[in-house]
Design a protein around this ligand. Sequence first.
Ligand code: SAM
Length: 339
Amino acid sequence: MQQKLKMSIGNDSKLIDNCNRHLNYLRISITDRCNLQCRYCGPQELIPKLSHTDILTYEEILRVVRVATRLGVSKVRVTGGEPLVRKGVYEFLRELVASEGLKDVSLTTNGVLLNDNLEKIQAAGISRINISLDTLNRSKYHDITGFDEFERVWRGIEKAYRMGFYPIKLNIVALRGINDEEFVEMARLSFRYPFHVRFIEYMPIGQADFNPESHLLVPEIKDRISVLGNLVPVQEAAHDGPAQRYRYPDAKGEVGFIPALSQHFCNTCNRLRLTASGQLRPCLLSDHQENLKKALREKGSDQELAEIFITAVNHKPSDHNLVPQKPAHICGQMRAIGG
Ligand code: SAM
């Protein structure tokens, strides 16, 4: 059912799409720049960098968030590019956390800058962090990311743990022939630490000049790490994402799976994405986007911004149709859209 474009924003507004999904989660990419060059995430030389004026200012992002919360968005994740490379990010996080109507603000980072900045992240009021870590091996880390930063990242993860950040989610993109030998070791981390170790199916999108030998899907990953014990399902909680959550008996942490290809979770997808350049995308795997930046810079009213949200919501596809054999040739890159 199409929503009326003239809906006015108010305290009980909700973004409900044509498939009756309630979109209350906004992922915000605050920059397309990254201090790593992960092989699967889109080669930097192929993607022109956005200029300073192309990306939304923090004030513009906060205005978008204000409108979004009045439309029922209550959960925000800050991502990138690498969010921690953007100047002024800690003050921005503080203001974001203070936004009225937001119940959950979290951060996704590659962890390179964590160790030196955790105090500022904590002071901003963030306790939930996702850290991307595809390997526990220093030379493999260099091979995947192009940089010798494994030890710095690991120091940051341990410090975050000591400082009481919770949950700390470690995101591993499953890459056959690259990191699959380490899955058991990574799952074993959930015995030593209360981390949520999450295996993500590699999504063939954009221009990544990278072809894994073949896709490694969740059933195979589960099978491989079952040598450590029975995986017991964990009860889902409010604000849970698409991860299927499990725990080994006696483990401190959890193991999760994100079956982006093998088991589409589109029917429960509650996400919208704001790109660094101010485009609102209703689906990671579709090029449809609505131009919020134009409205912001042409002094559009809150009502006009709200109508752009509603148009985006009305264009959310029912399913992304991505299968292992069929890459999605979307123009955007994870780096600019925010994975
Ligand atoms: N720089 C931050 C980081 O590394 O976490 C945030 C941005 S990064 C694009 C967000 C997540 O997207 C990372 O966990 C990364 O591994 C994941 N990602 C990037 N390309 C992917 C792909 N083709 N398939 C699955 N996940 C991907």
